[in-house]
Design a protein around this ligand. Structure first.
Ligand code: HEM
Length: 326
């Protein structure tokens, strides 16, 4: 994300196949299976107690899918998820010194982890994404240590970019459905509109609220002067509630015409994992609406004190079993 052409163009090209249609097709079955297991666990939790915390569920799907796609051992998933969470604070607007220190430690551990994985794939190549990136990158840079560093960064960044964001999308989709039961009913009878729900959730409550750029030269952007070297913060969350662009922007409506939003960014750095994130969210929500209709929020969610990466710390949910619906 912090690269410019030509390095950015080269690395993005190297990543393209790994995020292509074939990958999405290959991942459909693992996404379906993991979704099934997570919904079994959620149903058990809702059967045993009056409520469950949906954040436990939404956190697990992305690490399981992205971790498997990268060929990482399942025993490492919990730790990787924890480190990614801690690292995200490095990109917050107002992190406390303690959060920054934690983010720094997490970054060091993630780098060491992926350096070991890359060294392992060098020694024993497999049919996996990281081994394939190494083969490809060796043809681009004839210097193996430099190729190893680039592949380590690509793998680490792909993991970090995909977890918090997708988990937040799953949680916000479920929160919004629970708060709008008439729209949940519509989707249950018309599951083909689930992708519209995912796009409306991305517009209404984007997981990445702020992105930034450094001005390469003095410029004027939307009437604002920005000097060379200054950082510009672009507020995606606010842009998506701009009434001159979106009619009645503060109304959540899966029937909203058009699906314009900036939740995956725009231009050269447009999210390369957008297709994967959408696939996970659509499959998950479709299955959830089939298996656990009539979810509701017994108490309001608890939000983390963050700005750039919006996220719920807990999302209590409860279930009105079929037959008991009022
Ligand atoms: C709902 C889920 C997701 C959201 C909201 C999201 C959001 C974004 C945004 C806003 C950007 C552009 C940042 C900028 O321009 O500064 C971006 C870039 C990126 N995302 Fe995602 N993302 C999601 C899921 C994923 C997943 C699942 C992956 C990979 C497994 C991923 C990998 C990437 C990568 C590699 C980039 C950098 C692309 C580049 O610089 O060319 N993202 N994402």
């Amino acid at each position: 994300m912090s690269l410019n052409p030509p390095e950015h163009t080269e690395q993005r090209r190297a990543l393209r196949d790994a995020f292509g249609k074939q990958t999405l097709q290959r991942l459909t079955a693992p996404i379906r299976d993991t979704t099934g297991e997570l919904l079994d666990q959620l149903e058990d939790a809702l059967t045993e107690g009056p409520r469950a915390d949906f954040v436990h569920t939404s956190d697990q799907l992305p690490i399981s899918v992205v971790g498997r796609w990268l060929g990482l051992p399942a025993r490492d998933f919990d730790r990787l998820h924890q480190l990614t969470r801690e690292h995200t604070y490095a990109q917050e607007l107002f992190p406390t010194p303690r959060r920054l220190e934690q983010a720094d430690l997490a970054s060091g551990e993630l780098q060491a982890y992926f350096a070991a994985i890359v060294a392992d794939r060098r020694a024993c190549p497999r049919d996996d994404v990281i081994s394939n990136w190494l083969t490809l990158w060796d043809t681009v840079v004839p210097n193996r240590p430099a190729a190893d560093v680039t592949v380590r960064r690509m793998a680490m960044f792909s993991l970090m970019a995909g977890l918090e964001t997708t988990a937040a999308l799953l949680a916000s989709s479920v929160r919004l459905l629970a708060q709008h039961p008439e729209q949940a009913r519509l989707l249950r009878s018309h599951p083909e509109h689930t992708s519209a729900l995912v796009d409306e959730a991305l517009r209404f409550d984007p997981p990445v609220q702020v992105i930034s750029r450094v001005a390469p030269r003095d410029m004027t952007l939307a009437g604002v002067r920005i000097a060379a070297g200054q950082v510009a913060y672009l507020l995606i969350g606010a842009a998506q509630h701009d009434p001159t662009v979106h009619e009645r922007p503060d109304i959540f409506d899966v029937r909203r015409p058009g699906r314009r939003h900036l939740a995956f960014g725009a231009g050269a750095h447009y999210c390369i994992g957008a297709g994967l994130a959408r696939t996970m969210a659509i499959q998950f929500v479709e299955a959830l609406l089939r298996r656990l209709p009539s979810l509701y929020l017994p108490s309001p969610p608890l939000w983390e004190s963050r700005v750039a990466f919006r996220r719920m710390e807990s999302l209590p949910i409860a279930w009105r079993r079929p037959g008991r619906e009022g």
